[in-house]
Design a protein around this ligand. Structure first.
Ligand SMILES: Nc1ncnc2c1ncn2[C@@H]1O[C@H](COP(=O)(O)OP(=O)(O)OP(=O)(O)O)[C@@H](O)[C@H]1O
Ligand SMILES: [Mg+2]
Length: 328
């Protein structure tokens, strides 16, 4: 459904030399720096896939999505979405995809959402019956029926995001580019949007490429993730495998020695397990390879009385941060 080959986008930004003479000089000779926001990115996404697009701030995620949507042109390389070349901006392509930018409002601020929807109906020439059916489905799924006649600027952030999603889906696109659709939402709204996206993806088999800084979104929605860092793709594959990417899958064991265990666990005791630390509250935290978890836990429990012990996966955020730090 989506084919991307060596997609590259270089931005040129002009350096401003400070001061008056710098300004004069700049009139004749402008110096610029080139940054490759996306560099040789290639991937292929099948119909109905729900792929997470990850990377730290400035990695090039939005740039890539904008190229796929035909909003900006690649410097080199090529993208094809459902057989269309986005740079041609054909009407048939416009009907096929939708781009949702969580950071940007695409609805008319001073109109109730329903008016924006009616305008979109005209723009996309959606037949009346189809429009009604689609709108009904979306409004019910997102639970915003009683907000349809409220001015968009008076909606809460979460309600507005839901309206943005409806606006994006009214023409029944086959491909969705979602750029941080849950940004700034509270936990409840995030969950609602997430659930909606999952249902919608399954129900209509739409292909979705999603960026989010919330790992919960990625974990719950995407089996596959593409990770980019400084414009380059550094990982593409199962989310489950990403968690193992930094070597053996590690677990975190945290335990609190009982008061009666005073001194039984010396500060140095933990160093035998590699990466460890002791918190102010007296808790020991050990990061151990998955296969050693049982042995290490047994050793802890046999060394002295323990008030509390937990074993957890290393948070996905940490796994990814590690992955970035190993790339220069
Ligand atoms: N119009 C532009 N002109 C110049 N540089 C740009 C432009 N748009 C983006 N960039 C640069 O390209 C790089 C990638 O930006 P992009 O917005 O794609 O990152 P991102 O992965 O979406 O980050 P974030 O997680 O913060 O949204 C950044 O270094 C950014 O400064
Ligand atoms: Mg972005």
């Amino acid at each position: 459904m989506i084919e991307v080959a060596q997609l590259t986008r270089v931005f040129r930004t002009y350096k401003k030399v400070p001061g008056f003479w710098g300004g004069v000089k700049g009139l004749f000779h402008r110096e610029f720096v080139e940054t490759a926001a996306a560099k040789d990115i290639s991937f292929s996404i099948g119909e109905g896939e729900f792929v997470g697009f990850l990377g730290p701030n400035g990695a090039g995620k939005t740039t890539t999505l904008k190229m796929l949507a035909g909003l900006i042109y690649p410097t080199s390389g090529k993208a094809t979405v459902a057989g269309f070349d986005p740079t041609k901006r054909e009407n048939a392509y416009r009907r096929l995809f939708a781009l949702v930018l969580g950071q940007k409002n695409q609805l008319w601020w001073d109109l109730p959402a329903i008016e924006s929807f009616n305008l979109l109906r005209a723009i996309y020439a959606i037949p009346e019956a189809q429009f009604k059916a689609t709108l009904d489905e979306l409004v019910d799924l997102l639970g915003v029926r009683e907000k349809l006649n409220v001015m968009v600027r008076e909606l809460s952030l979460g309600e507005r995001m839901k309206m943005e999603l409806i606006a994006a889906l009214l023409h029944r696109p086959r491909v969705l580019f979602l750029d941080e659709p849950t940004i700034g939402l509270d936990v409840v709204s995030q969950r609602a949007v997430r659930q909606f996206l999952r249902d919608y993806n399954r129900r209509h088999r739409v292909t979705i490429l999603l960026t989010s800084h919330y790992m919960a979104d990625i974990k719950e929605l995407c089996e596959r993730v593409i990770v980019i860092h400084k414009g380059r793709k550094i990982y593409d594959g199962a989310l489950g495998r990403l968690e193992n990417a930094g070597g053996a899958k590690k677990k975190i064991i945290t335990f609190l020695p009982a008061a009666s265990a005073n001194g039984v666990f010396p500060e140095t005791w933990q160093s035998r397990f590699g990466e460890t630390k002791r918190a102010e509250d007296g808790k020991f935290t050990l990061r151990v390879p998955g296969e050693n978890v049982v042995a290490v836990s047994q050793e802890i429990l046999s060394t002295g009385p323990v008030a509390d012990i937990t074993i957890e996966d290393v948070p996905l955020e940490d796994v990814i941060a590690e992955l970035f730090s190993t790339q220069s």
